[in-house]
Design a binder for this molecule. Structure first.
Ligand code: NDP
Ligand SMILES: O=C(O)C1=N[C@H](C(=O)O)C[C@H](O)C1
Length: 258
């Protein structure tokens, strides 16, 4: 029987962190160590074997690594019967479908893939989804530290997807834009018809603005993570919740009943 299957409610949850030396992973190690109901039993860095997780009897793994390695990590955990909380970015619909297929023969296991664990970021995505049908124009600006590997951010990609779905449901046409002469990149990336602009700037952590406009008014929804501690309450909530949420969940909002 795997450690995850044998879990007893009155013992701390045995947590393993992948990417333990990274900016997020090191913060997660501190948060898991500090919480009374979780125990850090494996802190795994890039050169450590994944078997460190099963050897340590990990019940829930938290992954903050790299888009290039996250799929192999999830595959290993699912095969070993370990629940997963995944913060690493780079998830496409195809990747999510692959994770879902891995989970089919393991109906007792939970995997959460969350583009953003900060409560304000989760709320701002929901607010953007609500506002989308009332405005003819929308653009997203995401701003991050310059050591980020991926652009646009996972949060911006998810926000654009939610906004695009809401616009389609409201039968809104394309966002008005008369641009015919463009220097490459000047209008940002086109994600489902929503323009996304990525800023990389020293001094920043993680920030996003969703700009809406219609005749005579604009609405700006902005969120700022000023410290990576902002992600920790969401990560801990996910660690506590995922063993009771079998299957694949996308987005922390399901665990917040939003
Ligand atoms: N969902 C959310 O709320 C958030 C998500 N993120 C996402 O999390 C990811 C990590 O971000 P961040 O912490 O800033 O990045 P870092 O580069 O600081 O950390 C990633 C760490 O993972 C290590 N690593 C890479 N591959 C593996 C592997 N196969 N096994 C174990 N460790 C590995 C890296 O090692 P090395 O440096 O030696 O390569 C590095 O130490 C990104 O995708 C980012 O977008 C970030 C913040 C919040
Ligand atoms: O790399 C980061 O830092 C972050 N990555 C996530 C993303 O790509 O959306 C979440 C947050 O924006 C911080």
């Amino acid at each position: 029987m795997t450690a995850a299957a044998a879990r007893s409610a009155d013992k701390p949850i045995r947590v393993g962190v992948l990417g333990a030396e990274g900016r997020m992973g090191s913060e997660v190690c501190r948060a898991v160590d500090a919480a009374e109901d979780t125990a850090l039993v494996a802190a795994v860095s890039e050169n450590d074997p994944l078997s460190t997780l099963s050897d340590a009897g990990v019940e829930v793994v938290v992954d903050f690594t790299h888009p290039d390695s996250v799929m192999d990590n999830i595959r290993f955990c699912v095969d070993q019967g370990i629940h997963c909380v995944v913060g690493t970015s780079g998830f496409t619909a195809e990747r999510l479908a692959t994770v879902r297929s891995w989970l089919e023969p393991r109906p007792e296991l939970g995997v959460l893939v969350a583009p953003n664990f900060a409560i304000g970021a989760v709320l701002s995505m929901r607010f953007a989804e609500l506002a989308a049908r009332y405005y003819e124009s929308v653009e997203i600006i995401e701003l991050h530290h310059p050591r980020k590997a991926d652009a646009p951010s996972g949060t911006a990609a998810r926000t654009a997807e939610l906004v695009a779905e809401a616009r389609a449901a409201a039968k809104l046409g394309p966002v008005p834009d008369a641009t015919t002469h463009e220097t490459d990149g000047a209008r940002g990336a086109d994600l489902d018809g929503v323009r996304v602009h990525s800023v990389r700037l020293s001094g920043l952590i993680a920030h996003q603005e969703v700009l809406f406009g219609t005749e005579g008014e604009t609405l700006t929804i902005r969120h700022d993570s000023l410290d990576r501690k902002s992600f920790m309450p969401g990560v801990l909530l996910a660690v506590r919740s995922v063993p009771n949420r079998p299957g694949l969940t996308v987005g922390l909002e399901s665990f917040l009943e939003l």
